[in-house]
Design a protein. Structure first.
Length: 457
């Protein structure tokens, strides 16, 4: 059999996909309609196997920060593949790309981070952090400190440990999760759960849930708290400003490690290199993936704070690592990706130009009969679709309206993601005001068609 079978029809690819592939998919639905086959991408657009062009308002899966079709990234990968396609970083060896990327990451992340560990995905990075957290407390002679507190509706990945950290009940059901030692507190979702409270009061209430859980289980048993600065997959849930300072205080008070999962928020998505800077989070670990290579090749990195690194570093052999930890091609791609972001000042542009412009265009949707709330930070935003704007009453069942709207977007040539009945946007950071205008026009049409379909026009 040849390595690359020459197939060229949508139907053949769909049949192969149906028979053999597919993460995170409703299989019954997929079999009915067949997958869309994406064959190419350029700049801000995808092209499918029928030649249809789609505006990608989701940057792949929250990751293609520098946009598609970057020749310089392809060239760097090609050169690295010829020079040193693979070597490991085990047994006292290293190579230039991993050494250089480490220096860059340490220089660009908050000052407490002077050590990096590499993986392939956000999931294995979070798994690794849990191993480090447990090792840390064992070495500190506090072996009872094992429980990790996370949030309902948080997302941290799909391995057994990462899905246990996550607070998605439908993921827990799949495999009897969470594993022992992982507990969850409420999320700071003001629009959905804040009722008549002010956002600030609600933010404090949600942080108090951490204090309550610590008291319930005993501070001597709590190892760490993990959170995404802004929840991504859970629906772009932007916490009230009072939330993170309180969480930080509570972690300090009870000597609990703090993990900021920046897999989505990191690398400029919020208009800051890392959302931890924006919220003043002083984390002990930062999980990085996605935007670190703009998704061109898999890579994740864990930034390990000095407090933990000093203890782990003294233990001798930390018996943990992956074949592809610090893969030279992935590291070379990450270096080029970060160079592009710096040279094109993408983070400043999101903060000062496109983020505020997206906010302005999103505000216009507030007049729409379906739209209860819009929110964004930088180029990460959400539009809440509700049955009753006044009472924030949701549709019943929740989820159908979001799916209808997402399907209309697709038909109009726009890729958006729906979580429940919330439409999410997270485009490449290269988007211009003109791209935002194109998005706003298509979104308005999709919202109108959805309103008609659900009887709200
Ligand atoms: N942490 C966060 C905050 C994430 O968003 C992961 C960890 C896991 O990364 P990997 O590379 O193992 O997938 C993620 C991933 C969605 C969706 O539907 C989001 C993610 C992955 C797949 C789908 O929004 N985020």
């Amino acid at each position: 059999m040849s390595a690359q079978p020459a197939r060229n029809s949508t139907r053949e690819w769909q049949a192969l996909d149906r028979a053999h592939v597919h993460p995170f998919t409703d299989h019954a639905q997929l079999h009915k309609v067949g997958p869309r086959v994406i064959t190419k991408a350029e700049g801000t657009h995808l092209i499918d196997s029928e030649g249809v062009k789609l505006l990608d308002a989701f940057a792949g899966l929250w990751c293609v920060n520098v946009g598609y079709g970057r020749k310089s990234i392809a060239e760097v990968a090609y050169k690295q593949l010829l020079e040193l396609p693979y070597y490991n970083t085990f047994f006292k060896t290293t190579h230039p790309p991993v050494a250089e990327l480490s220096r860059i990451l340490i220089d660009m992340t908050p000052k407490q981070f002077n050590h990096v560990f590499y993986g392939q995905s956000g999931s294995d990075a979070n798994d690794t952090i849990v191993r480090m957290v447990r090792s840390y407390w064992n070495l500190k002679k506090q072996p009872k400190k094992k429980t990790i507190i996370a949030r309902t509706n948080g997302y941290h990945g799909s391995t057994m440990v990462a899905a246990s950290l996550g607070g998605m009940s439908y993921m827990h059901e799949l495999a009897d999760l969470p594993l022992p030692g992982f507990v969850h507190i409420r999320q700071p979702y003001w629009y959905g759960e804040g009722g008549d409270m002010t956002p600030d009061a609600f933010g404090k209430l949600c942080a108090q849930a951490l204090e309550d859980k610590i008291q319930e289980l005993g501070p001597e048993n709590i190892a760490a708290f993990i959170g995404e600065p802004i929840q991504g997959a859970g629906g772009v849930i932007i916490p009230p400003q009072t939330y993170w300072p309180e969480i930080q205080k509570i972690c300090k008070k009870h000597d609990i490690l703090l993990i900021a999962d920046e897999v989505i928020c990191g690398f400029g998505r919020t208009g800051h290199w890392f959302a931890s800077e924006y919220y003043g989070i002083e984390a002990d670990f930062m999980t990085l993936a996605k935007g670190i290579t703009s998704g061109y090749i898999p890579l994740s990195a864990i930034m390990v704070g000095d407090r933990v690194a000093d203890v782990l570093g003294a233990m001798g052999d930390f018996a943990h690592g992956f074949t592809y930890s610090g893969h030279p091609v992935a590291c070379a791609v990450a270096i080029e990706n970060i160079r592009i972001m710096n040279d094109e000042k993408l983070v400043d542009r999101v903060k000062n130009e496109t983020g505020p412009y997206l906010a302005k265009r999103m505000q216009e949707f507030l007049d729409h009969p379906l739209v209860g709330e819009v929110r964004n930070l930088g180029l990460m935003g959400a539009i809440e679709l509700v049955k009753d704007k006044k009472t924030r009453k949701t549709f019943d069942p929740v989820g159908d309206t979001g799916t209808i709207c997402r399907d209309h977007c697709f038909k109009l040539g726009l890729v958006m993601r729906a979580t429940r009945d919330t439409m999410l946007i997270s485009p490449p950071l290269t988007w211009t005001k003109a791209d935002i205008d194109e998005w706003a026009g298509l979104t308005k049409q999709a919202l109108d068609l959805t309103a008609k379909e659900v009887g709200k026009a």
